[in-house]
Ligand binder design. Structure first.
Ligand SMILES: NC(=O)c1ccc[n+]([C@@H]2O[C@H](COP(=O)([O-])OP(=O)(O)OC[C@H]3O[C@@H](n4cnc5c(N)ncnc54)[C@H](OP(=O)(O)O)[C@@H]3O)[C@@H](O)[C@H]2O)c1
Length: 310
């Protein structure tokens, strides 16, 4: 099969579109014919070697952990899916990924894809929507009537977070640059902060939850907008617990985990018309290098998708 792999860590030039062996199937796996795979910042962070201390990848490695496609074969222990099912998944990041014509994933990490979406749009959902779900619902336990500040609301994770927070009945204050005001308000945000012109602390006060998708100075400045007992959830860098304690608030770091059952719930929200992916652009598989360069630029609106097969 064709795949985009790395044989060593480094820049975008390390990505090679090449022949690769078909994935090996475990008894509880699905073999999926990939129709589309989405790009996430973790892809180029892994390519660059930033996560070497954290993940133990053998090389060569196929990148990309956001996939939509069709089940070709189900292992003998799989009861939920059958060949021909259209599924989507954010699989285990320790295995070969989805910049490829085929991928093997644990059946428990997959769900039937939303009927409303074609494969290009479906591939844009799992990783970012699961991240928003696990941060806002599992960890922050966002409730109706609460206020949440969502940083980078026009990005992959942020665009799902805004929609999910509205499904929960929360008030959303969203940050992005001016070019994205229309998009973010259309997703349901109640207030928009153009972070290039306005300090978000001047607008957001006494919020229940901060969702930090930026880290660094943005995280440091975010403590002051929380009400006592509020929570800062980061998906970029673990917020220091000592600062949380000093401020009388809580903090958490989330690293997204695969979950077929949460994807089932996300499928329902999408098919009910309550959530949707935003596509920045769709490129062919062999342009994965270009796709990662765009992602690394830091100003993607929604998601970049690699179209793998019709
Ligand atoms: N821990 C986990 O499990 C996990 C899971 C998913 C993602 N992540 C991490 O979370 C981060 C976000 O991921 P993503 O997929 O959402 O990234 P992304 O789609 O590449 O984010 C791009 C967005 O960031 C916005 N942005 C850039 N600088 C900003 C700032 N200072 N304030 C507000 N918005 C800003 C841009 O808006 P403008 O163009 O308007 O500036 C753009 O829309 C990445 O670092 C990623 O690795 C972690």
């Amino acid at each position: 099969m064709k795949a985009v792999r790395i044989h060593a860590y480094g820049g975008p030039e390390m990505l090679r579109y090449e022949d690769a062996p078909l994935p090996q199937l475990n008894p509880d796996d699905l073999l999926i014919r990939v129709r589309a795979a989405a790009i996430n910042p973790v892809d180029w962070k892994i390519r660059a070697g930033y996560l070497q201390g954290f993940l133990n990848h053998p090389l060569p490695l196929t990148l990309g952990w956001d996939v939509s496609g069709e089940v070709i074969e189900a292992g003998p222990e799989v009861t939920r899916f059958k060949p021909g099912d259209a599924v989507y998944t954010r699989p285990n990041i320790e295995r070969d990924g989805g910049y490829a014509e085929y991928i093997a994933v644990k059946a428990s990490e997959a769900a039937l894809k939303p009927a409303k979406l074609d494969h290009d749009h479906a591939a844009a959902v799992p990783l970012a929507a699961l991240t928003a779900w696990q941060a806002l619902i599992d960890v922050a336990q966002l409730q109706s009537g609460q206020t949440v500040l969502i940083h980078a609301a026009a990005g992959g994770v942020g665009s799902f977070a805004v929609q999910l927070a509205k499904v929960r009945g929360a008030k959303v204050i969203a940050t992005a640059s001016a070019v994205n005001v229309g998009l973010v308000m259309a997703l349901g945000a109640d207030e928009f902060v153009d972070y290039t012109r306005t300090r978000f602390e001047d607008v957001a006060k006494e919020v229940d939850v901060v969702f930090d998708t930026i880290g660094g100075e943005t995280q440091e400045r975010s403590w002051s907008v929380l009400k006592p007992g509020g929570i800062l959830v980061s998906v970029v860098s673990p917020p220091p617990e000592t600062i949380a304690a000093e401020q009388g608030v809580r903090s958490a770091f989330v690293f997204v985990q695969p979950s077929g059952s949460q994807l089932d719930a996300i499928t329902r929200l999408i098919d009910e018309g309550r959530m949707k992916p935003i596509l920045h652009t769709v490129l062919p598989l062999h342009e994965a290098r270009q796709a990662q360069v765009i992602s690394q630029g830091g100003h993607v609106r929604g998601k970049i998708v690699l179209h793998v097969a019709d």
